[in-house]
Design a binder for this molecule. Structure first.
Ligand code: HEM
Length: 353
């Protein structure tokens, strides 16, 4: 997507994932959906799968106001096939995965088209306008076609799904391997919980009183590099540090290389959330920490992802203790993830302890 369509879609997404929307209603949904999912946990869980479920349900709620149920679960199943197709050879004759992904993409688009058409009808019949992304797309000034809306919904489902769920899983893995950081994180969240009644909802002010959690979020994003970098095309001849990039060339800007550069981050490969407490990193040049990209294509979901991870960590550390169920390894190809989806044994914590 480029040009004016990109600008319109980008600013619409921004207007649906910004701090004030999160503060006013998404925060409550995030907390409710995280609790709803964690309530079903017992004994052994595959953390990556659980995180994906939470993230998908959250995105469906944010986009179309649907609560978790059969419809969203069957959409998710088709969706998984679409995502698998991203990592297969695009040869329908030879790749079953690719063929299945194309079929699943068609089914997802059909299901979403029905939702869009129904919503148009409801709005024409005078139903109250919902506060979700779909309502904003339907009300946009110069009108999007149903097809454009469906394409955009599909893209948004992809953008936040793998990224946020992977960062949730890896934060837990890194914390488990860094007990001092986990202890400090628990302490921060216990303090918040101690000020609440038995069944409480997290509020924006709680999110704003999690300084160490924000260090953990930054450090997870830095070490994990789930988006390793982005492509850009040179619009004119450019010279950078003596290298000439001719107009029209594509350039891969590697975030991973910068985030793991010891010139910017001491012991760069070590998970060290405390580094974010020192001013030198946070006040340094902004182009050395860009997990969400930058410029006109800056990820519009950056705040949403941070809030979702912080809420998830709060509910996890206050509600459970856990140990890894198996050795699991971080891999970076074709995407950043753990090989075994990070299986853990969980134990519910007694609120009185
Ligand atoms: C930890 C979670 C996430 C990470 C690390 C991440 C990272 C990124 C990065 C690196 C880009 C490319 C930016 C560029 O080209 O400069 C991007 C784009 C994008 N992200 Fe995210 N993202 C995350 C979560 C989300 C969420 C939750 C949403 C949903 C609202 C989202 C929606 C998008 C969209 C729509 C784009 C395309 C923006 C454009 O081209 O204008 N992302 N993201």
């Amino acid at each position: 997507m480029k040009g004016s369509l990109h600008k319109r879609m980008h600013s619409l997404t921004m207007s649906f994932a910004n701090s004030s929307i999160i503060k006013d209603h998404l925060m409550l949904d995030i907390d409710r959906l995280v609790r709803f999912n964690l309530d079903s946990w017992s004994s052994r869980v595959l953390l990556m799968e659980e995180a994906k479920k939470i993230t998908f349900e959250l995105t469906v709620k944010q986009l179309m106001s649907f609560d978790p149920g059969e419809w969203s679960e069957s959409l998710r199943k088709e969706y998984l096939l679409v995502i698998e197709g991203f990592f297969s050879l695009p040869l329908p004759l030879f790749s079953t995965t690719y063929r299945k992904a194309i079929q699943a993409r068609r089914k997802v688009a059909e299901a979403l088209t029905v939702v869009v058409m129904k919503r148009r009808e409801e709005e024409e019949e005078g139903a109250e306008r919902k506060k979700d992304m779909l309502a904003a797309l339907l009300a946009a000034d110069d009108g999007f076609s149903d097809e454009e809306i469906v394409d955009f919904l599909v893209a948004l489902l992809v953008a936040g799904y793998e990224t946020t769920s992977t960062i949730m899983t890896l934060a837990v893995k890194f914390l488990t391997e860094t007990p001092l950081a986990l202890a400090q994180l628990k302490e921060e969240h216990e303090k918040i919980r101690a000020m609440k009644s038995d069944s409480y909802s997290l509020e924006w002010s709680d999110y704003k009183s999690m300084p160490f959690t924000q260090c953990v979020v930054n450090e997870t994003l830095r070490v994990a590099n789930i988006i390793g970098g982005v492509f850009r095309r040179a619009m004119t001849d450019v010279e950078i540090k003596g290298y000439k990039i001719p107009k029209g060339w594509k350039v891969f800007s590697s975030f991973r290389a910068v985030h793991l550069d010891p010139n910017h981050f001491k012991d760069a490969r070590t998970f060290n959330p405390w580094r974010w407490q020192s001013n030198s990193v946070t006040t340094g040049p902004s182009n050395v920490f860009t997990p969400f990209g930058g410029g006109p294509r800056l990820c519009p979901g950056y705040e949403l992802a941070r809030v979702a991870l912080s809420v998830f960590l709060h509910r996890l550390v206050t509600g459970f203790s856990w140990v890894p169920a198996e050795q699991d390894k971080l891999v970076f190809f074709p995407t950043t993830r753990t090989q075994k989806r990070y299986p853990i044994f969980v134990k519910r914590r007694d609120f009185a302890t």
